[in-house]
Design a protein around this ligand. Structure first.
Ligand SMILES: Cc1cc2nc3c(=O)[nH]c(=O)nc-3n(C[C@H](O)[C@H](O)[C@H](O)COP(=O)(O)OP(=O)(O)OC[C@H]3O[C@@H](n4cnc5c(N)ncnc54)[C@H](O)[C@@H]3O)c2cc1C
Length: 424
């Protein structure tokens, strides 16, 4: 497709937005509402491919938090977001969607969802906001930027250049690349002289060492305690409650994904996970519970005495970790052996090996180095007229709607400033 003469050239500032995800659609809407002529370039055949699968299809659109609380949920470069959150807070995100016809509700952990539980309602509202503001969408992959004398002058596809006054790069990170975010934004930023902080997976499943998880594959545990300990220092780097699943490779589920955001990297021997399968019981209370189960199964083999206490798939593993002989009669188990059983249940040890690949990560840690981007305007400090918004930046947050809030807040700043900064 020839993209040369797509802008009307009617005197308005011409803004090209690359990417029709949450950041791109918000930036485009705001730029157009600020008076610019705006075109979104999107290589997918529909808007918000990733946004549609967020929150398991329900879209946790923001977190009902103060700006201070938002920043506390962002492990990488939170201070960079101070001005952006002041400009567009989570209350503003809620007002935006409610005023665009999507009623919202607040759930556990202040997570905000559409009342309909449909991420597609969020996508449709953003598409309509773009349309109402007069944004054009061109379904085309951008291959490079036209940069001359330290200023961006256009976006290029394989055979033509579309001239414009400013470009907002909203191409996302590198995770879930089948949704379109495959790292092109880093290429554009590098060509403009930007440093890219190495993209790494975050909010990602974890591969375990050994075969314990494989043997419990398919088992899903709710309300467990989950801890990760640094083997060398003995320091606990993560400690929370939640839900996890055992898989053929290791561990996944909400508490595991959250834990991954607290660790920079995993290598063999560095970290061990401890799963507390009975966090509501103290060691003594659990021991009492075991004594009562043992009384019930007094003449049974040890291995056949645990089915009231533990899920079936975990019994062999816990028995093995306790060191008690499977076939030992319950009536001959000693107090010390019971102590070892309590330890195995309250601290099932899983040595960790590595993260799963970035493609399986919910978000990308790393990206365009924010030291080279203005935190107020999201404009590049190296190339005039070039703006960044969303996950392409070196910003990442925990689960809870914070990552979409980052996309919206940075996009509003970029959209306004891309439209205001230039004289046509
Ligand atoms: C399974 C899953 C669940 C998630 N759930 C939540 C949640 O509930 N709450 C939350 O806050 N966050 C969630 N996230 C994270 C959130 O979806 C992202 O942080 C957010 O989508 C980033 O928005 P973005 O606009 O920066 O990038 P993206 O949404 O990745 O959009 C980038 C767009 O740019 C386009 N693009 C890329 N390169 C080019 C190019 N060269 N030319 C043209 N177009 C291009 C892509 O096709 C894509 O449409 C989830 C992520 C995943 C994977």
């Amino acid at each position: 497709m020839n993209i040369e003469n797509l802008f009307e050239n009617d005197g308005r500032v011409r803004v090209a937005v690359i990417g029709e995800g949450p950041a791109g659609m918000m930036a485009a809407t705001v730029a157009a509402e600020s008076g610019a002529e705006v075109i979104i370039f999107e290589k997918n055949d529909k808007a918000g491919k990733k946004l549609r699968i967020t929150g398991k299809g329900r879209c946790n659109v923001t977190n009902d938090s103060t700006n201070q609380e938002l920043m506390a949920a962002i492990p990488t470069n939170p201070k960079f977001l101070f001005a952006a959150f002041n400009r567009f807070s989570s209350a503003d995100t809620k007002s935006f969607f409610e005023s665009h016809g999507v009623p919202l509700k607040v759930e556990r952990g202040k997570r905000v969802f559409p009342v309909s539980d449909r991420a597609s309602d969020i996508v449709n509202a953003m598409v309509k906001a773009c349309r109402d503001a007069g944004v054009k969408v061109v379904r085309e992959k951008i291959t490079s930027l036209d940069i001359r004398d330290g200023k961006v002058c256009g976006v290029c596809n394989s055979n033509s250049v579309c001239e414009c006054d400013s470009v907002i790069v909203c191409t996302g990170g590198k995770s879930y690349s089948m949704t379109g975010s495959d790292g092109d934004g880093y290429k554009f930023a590098r060509a403009a002289g930007h440093k890219i902080v190495e993209p790494k997976p975050s909010l990602v499943p974890i591969v375990a060492d050994g075969n314990l998880c494989q043997r419990m594959q398919g088992l899903s545990l709710k309300n467990i305690g989950f801890k990760i300990v640094d083997n060398k220092s003995g320091k606990c780097v993560y400690d929370d409650f939640g839900e996890l699943m055992f898989t053929h490779f290791g561990l996944t589920g909400p508490v595991v994904l959250s834990a991954s955001a607290h660790i920079p990297d995993i290598e063999k021997g560095k970290y061990t996970a401890y799963i507390d399968m009975k966090p509501a019981l103290t060691h003594d209370e659990l021991d009492k519970r075991i004594i009562s189960d043992f009384a019930k199964y007094i003449n049974k083999d040890f291995i056949n005495s645990l089915s009231d206490l533990l899920p079936l798939k975990s019994i062999d593993i816990i028995a093995e970790c306790s060191g008690i002989d499977d076939r030992k009669k319950v009536n001959s188990i000693t107090k010390e052996e019971r102590g070892a059983l309590v330890e195995a249940i309250k601290g099932l040890k899983i040595p960790l090996l590595r993260f799963r690949p970035i493609d399986e990560a919910i978000i990308t840690k790393g990206g365009v180095d924010v030291r080279e981007v203005s935190p107020k305007t999201m404009e590049s400090k190296l190339c005039h007229g070039l703006f960044f918004a969303g996950e392409v930046l070196d910003l990442d947050a925990y689960t809870g709607g914070f990552n979409l809030q980052i996309a919206f807040s940075t996009a509003v700043c970029a959209g306004e400033n891309a439209a205001w900064n230039f004289e046509a």
